[in-house]
Write a protein that binds this ligand. Structure first.
Ligand code: NDP
Length: 777
C-alpha cells in the first residue's frame, strides 16, 4: 500500500513494531532456556515450546521443571533470604529502584516480547503492562525504604512461592515480586506455560540490576510445576489464576501455617444508568471487555443497562464494535490481538456455542484467517441465571441484560459467586456514591474502568479470592508479626461429681437472634470447677444451631450500615453493664478456672472500651493515584464472622473477638470457650441489656471439634477465626475452600490475650474496597 492509496481510502496503513530486538534476545540464548536459579540460567532439561498465538510460530523452547528443579530453586531462595533481609530496607530499596530503572530502559524489548508470546496488542503491552510493572517496582522500592519506620513490628515471611497466569505475564510477576522483595523475602516464581518469556528476560535483567543470586528464582513448566511449588517447603503461596485452581491450592496448603493470597476469577458487572454519558460508557466498555481480548480477571464482562436507554446503548455499542480493528498484535493501530492459545480459543468457542439464550451479535470486522483470533461478540437479552451471565468466559465476549431501578441493578450486580470488580456509569454523584459501597467487589470504578495503580490495593471478595496486591494492605501478606506465640496446649474441661453448688441448677441455653434458644439436638453437658464442683450444665450445639445462627445474622444486615458512633455507644454500654456486674463475673471465672477473675473482667471492660474507641476511628484512605481523581480505600465489614473463642481466657477471649467484629459492623457467631463456657453464657445477659440488635452477636456452646467443620464449610459465612486450643487450623482451612472464605487460625500457637487488640484485629474484621473516582468535565 502506498501513501497515495492510503490518502485515497483514508484507511489505516500498517504500523508494525519491529520484533528484531526481541528475536535477537531469544536467538542469543539459542532459542532454548533453562530455569533461572541462584542468579543464573540452568542447563535446559525436558523442553516444551512457547508459541506466538498470532501466527502459531514457535518462539522458543523452555524447560519443564522437575521436583528436583523446584527443590533446588527453593534451596537457593532459602539460602539467599537471610542476607537479603539483612540488607535492610534502604539496601533493598536501592536494588528495587535499580530494577525499576532497568525495566524502564528495556521497556520496548519487554513490551515486544510480551506481545509476541501472549498475542496482546503492542499498544497495551507498551502503554499499560510494562509501565504499570515498572511503577510497581518504584512504589515498592519506597515501601522497602519505609519498612523499618512504618512497619516496626513486622518481619519477612521467608521464601514465597508465586504462581502467575498468562494474561498479564510481566505485570502479574511485578505485582508478586516487588512487594515480596521489598519486605525482605525471596521468591520462587512460575510463569504460565503459555507465556514464560518475559519472566526469563526479567530474571536476566534482575542480575544486571544487582539483585543478589537466589533472591529471584524462576522455574518454568505447566500446572504440575505449580503444584510442586505449592507442595514445597515455602512460607507463602501467592497465586493468581482460576477459581478452580485457587480452591485446590487452598486445600493443598491447609494446616501448613503458610500465608496464602488468592487472586482469582470474576464476572464483573458493568452498570450503565440512564443518565450516564453514553458515549463515554461505550469507550469504557471497549476497555472493559476488549482490553487484552477480554482475558482479564476483572473484565467488565457482564453489562447491565438501565431499561430506558438499553436499546440506544446497544445500538451505539454495535456501531462501535464495527470500528474495532483486529489483527497483528505488533501493529500499533490494532485494538484487538490474538487470544493466548488455541486451547483458550476452543474454550471460548465452546462456551458461546453452548448458549441458546438471547441474541448474539458478532462484530462485522476483518478477522485474520491465521492465528488465534476470536471476534468481539455481544450477547443481549440473557436472563441473570444464564450460564454465560454467571461463568467467566475469559475472552472478548460481552453478555448483557437490563434493569429498571438502582436497587435492582445492585441486586443483579451482586448475583454472582464472584466479587472482584465492578464498574458503574452515571452523571449523578449521589447515585454513584450510594451504589458503589453496595456492590460486592474489591474494586469499584466510577465512570471509568480497568484502572490500576501500585498505591491502591487490588483484589476480591467471595470466590474471587482473598488478599490484596498493592497498597499498604498488600504488604501485610508478605510480612508477619515479629512475635510468635508459644505452642498452645489443649485446655481440658475439669471433671468431677457431686451435688451442684447451687441447688437451682439450670442448663445455659444458646444465644441466637437475641434470644436464648434450646439446642436443636437437646443435649447438654455438666461443667465442673477445678476442684470438681458441679457449676451447671451447658448446651451442646450442632449443625442446625449453626444454621439458625447464620439465619439470625442474615436478619441483622442493618448493623453494617449503622454509624461508627452508634456502634461505639453500644460497645461502651456493654462495658458499662459488665462493669456493674464485675464481682459476679469475676467469681464465675474463678469458679470455672481457678484463675484471677478480677483481672480478666477488668481486661475485658478495657478491651470493650478499646473497640468503642476504634469504632469511629479506623478510617480508610484517599489514595493519590495517578489519575485526575482519587481512589477511596474504604474499610468495609467482612460480613458474617464465625469465631471459635479461646479456651484459656473464657471472657477476655470472647470479648476480644466480639469487640473488633462489632466495632467494624460485622455480625458474629461466637463459639464459647469449650472448657469454660459459662462465662459466655452469662455474658449474653449483658448483651440483652445493652441495646445490641438481635442477630448481631450469637453465642453457641459445645465441642469446637464438632462445630468447626460446619462453620468452615458453611457457604453463607464470610470468615472463620479460630483461637481454640483444639488444633483445628488444618480442618478449617481445608473446609473453607468451598466458598473460599477467609480464615484466621492460630496454627496451634498461643495468643497473649493481655495485648491481643488493635489494628491487626481491625484489619481482620474489615475488607478494603477501592473506589476509583475520576473527576473533571
Ligand atoms: P490456571 O488457574 O490453571 O493457571 C494459572 C497458573 O496456575 C498458571 O501458571 C498455571 O500453570 C498454574 N497452575 C495450573 N494448575 C495448577 C495447580 N494444580 N497447582 C498450582 N498451579 C497450577 O488458569 P488456566 O491458565 O488454566 O486458565 C483457565 C481459566 O482460568 C481461564 O479460562 C480463565 O477463566 C481463568 N483464569 C483467570 C485468571 C485470573 O486472572 N483471574 C488468569 C488466568 C486464567 P500453567 O499455565 O503452566 O498450566
Amino acid at each position: 500500500m502506498t501513501v497515495h492509496d492510503i490518502f485515497e481510502t483514508m484507511d489505516y496503513g500498517p504500523a508494525p513494531e519491529s520484533a528484531s530486538e526481541a528475536r535477537a534476545w531469544i536467538a542469543g540464548h539459542g532459542g532454548v532456556f533453562g530455569h533461572w536459579i541462584g542468579g543464573r540460567f540452568t542447563a535446559p532439561g525436558d523442553l516444551f515450546e512457547t508459541r506466538n498465538p498470532a501466527t502459531g510460530e514457535v518462539l522458543a523452547q523452555v524447560t519443564q521443571a522437575s521436583e528436583a528443579d523446584v527443590a533446588r530453586a527453593v534451596r537457593a531462595a532459602r539460602r539467599a533470604q537471610p542476607g537479603w533481609a539483612a540488607l535492610g530496607g534502604h539496601g533493598r530499596a536501592r536494588v528495587l529502584y535499580a530494577l525499576a530503572r532497568i525495566m524502564q530502559k528495556q521497556s520496548r524489548l519487554l513490551a515486544v516480547l510480551e506481545t509476541l508470546d501472549n498475542g496482546k496488542p503492542i499498544r497495551e503491552s507498551r502503554d499499560i503492562d510494562v509501565p504499570l510493572a515498572q511503577r510497581h517496582f518504584y512504589h515498592h522500592a519506597g515501601m522497602a525504604q519505609l519498612m523499618d519506620s512504618e512497619l516496626p513490628d513486622r518481619e519477612p515471611l521467608g521464601v514465597c512461592g508465586q504462581i502467575v497466569p498468562w494474561n498479564f505475564p510481566l505485570l502479574m510477576l511485578s505485582w508478586k515480586i516487588a512487594p515480596a522483595l521489598a519486605m525482605g523475602n525471596t521468591v520462587v516464581l512460575k510463569p504460565a506455560e503459555y507465556t514464560p518469556l518475559t519472566a526469563l528476560l526479567f530474571a536476566e535483567l534482575s542480575a544486571e540490576a544487582g539483585v543478589p543470586p537466589g533472591v529471584i528464582n524462576i522455574v518454568t513448566g505447566d500446572g504440575a510445576v505449580g503444584e510442586m511449588i505449592t507442595g514445597a517447603k515455602v512460607d507463602k503461596i501467592a497465586f493468581t489464576g482460576s477459581t478452580a485452581v485457587g480452591r485446590r491450592i487452598r486445600e493443598a496448603t491447609a494446616g501448613r501455617g503458610l500465608s496464602l493470597t488468592l487472586e482469582l476469577g470474576g464476572k464483573s458487572p458493568y452498570i450503565v444508568f440512564d443518565d450516564a454519558d453514553l458515549d463515554s460508557a461505550i469507550e469504557g466498555i471497549v476497555d472493559a471487555i476488549w482490553f487484552n481480548q477480554g482475558q482479564v480477571c476483572c473484565a467488565g464482562s457482564r453489562l447491565l443497562v438501565q431499561e430506558g436507554v438499553a436499546e440506544r446503548f446497544h445500538a451505539k455499542l454495535r456501531a462501535r464494535m464495527g470500528n474495532l480493528r483486529m489483527g497483528d498484535p505488533l501493529d500499533k493501530c490494532i485494538d484487538i490481538g490474538a487470544v493466548v492459545d488455541p486451547v483458550q480459543h476452543e474454550t471460548i468457542t465452546r462456551m458461546v456455542e453452548a448458549n441458546t439464550e438471547g441474541e448474539r451479535y458478532v462484530a462485522p470486522i476483518q478477522v485474520p484467517s491465521i492465528g488465534c483470533y476470536y471476534p468481539p461478540t455481544l450477547i443481549t437479552g440473557l436472563t441473570p441465571a444464564a450460564t454465560l451471565m454467571q461463568e467467566e468466559i475469559f475472552g472478548p465476549v460481552l453478555v448483557s441484560t437490563t434493569f429498571r431501578t438502582p436497587a435492582e441493578a445492585v441486586e443483579m450486580a451482586n448475583n454472582t459467586r464472584y466479587g472482584l470488580a465492578a464498574t458503574l456509569w452515571t452523571e449523578n454523584i449521589n447515585l454513584a456514591l450510594d451504589v458503589a459501597p453496595k456492590l460486592a467487589a474489591g474494586v469499584v470504578w466510577i465512570n471509568a474502568t480497568n484502572l490500576f495503580d501500585a498505591a491502591a490495593g487490588f483484589g476480591g471478595v467471595r470466590e474471587s479470592g482473598f488478599g490484596r496486591e498493592g497498597g499498604w494492605e498488600g504488604l501485610s501478606a508478605y510480612t508477619r508479626p515479629k512475635t510468635r506465640g508459644a505452642v498452645l496446649r489443649r485446655v481440658m474441661p475439669f471433671t468431677g461429681s457431686g451435688a451442684p453448688l447451687d441447688p437451682l441448677d439450670r442448663t445455659a441455653k444458646l444465644y441466637i437472634g437475641g434470644k436464648q434458644a434450646r439446642p436443636d439436638g437437646g443435649y447438654s453437658r455438666a461443667v465442673h470447677g477445678p476442684k470438681g464442683a458441679l457449676l451447671g450444665h451447658v448446651s451442646l450445639a450442632n449443625r442446625k444451631d449453626v444454621r439458625n445462627a447464620v439465619e439470625a445474622m442474615n436478619g441483622a444486615r442493618g448493623w453494617a450500615r449503622t454509624t461508627g458512633h452508634a456502634r461505639a455507644q453500644i460497645l461502651y454500654y456493654i462495658a458499662e453493664n459488665l462493669s456493674a456486674r464485675r464481682a459476679e463475673f469475676a467469681a464465675r471465672i474463678r469458679a470455672l478456672t481457678g484463675g484471677d477473675g478480677e483481672s480478666e473482667v477488668e481486661a475485658s471492660i478495657r478491651r470493650l472500651f478499646t473497640y468503642g474507641a476504634w469504632a469511629d476511628k479506623f478510617d480508610g484512605q484517599a489514595h493519590g493515584v495517578p489519575i485526575r481523581g482519587v481512589a477511596l480505600a474504604m474499610r468495609e465489614p467482612v460480613g458474617k464472622i464465625a469465631a471459635l473463642c479461646a479456651d484459656e481466657a473464657p471472657l477476655l477471649g470472647l470479648v476480644s473477638v466480639i469487640g473488633p467484629a462489632m466495632a467494624m459492623g460485622n455480625r458474629v457467631l461466637a463459639v464459647a470457650s469449650e472448657a469454660f463456657p459459662l462465662a459466655a453464657t452469662d455474658f449474653y445477659q449483658i448483651l440483652e441489656t445493652s441495646d445490641v440488635p438481635a442477630g448481631v452477636v450469637n453465642i453457641l456452646t459445645g465441642s469446637h471439634e464438632k462445630l468447626a467443620p460446619h462453620l468452615a464449610a458453611h457457604l453463607d459465612l464470610d470468615t472463620v477465626w479460630s483461637f481454640s486450643s483444639s488444633d483445628l487450623s488444618r480442618l478449617i482451612e481445608e473446609k473453607s475452600a468451598g466458598n473460599l472464605k477467609r480464615t484466621w487460625v492460630n496454627n496451634a500457637r498461643a495468643t497473649d490475650w493481655a495485648t491481643a487488640e488493635g489494628r491487626l484485629w481491625l484489619d481482620h474484621a474489615t475488607e478494603v474496597k477501592n473506589i476509583w473516582i475520576p473527576w473533571g468535565e
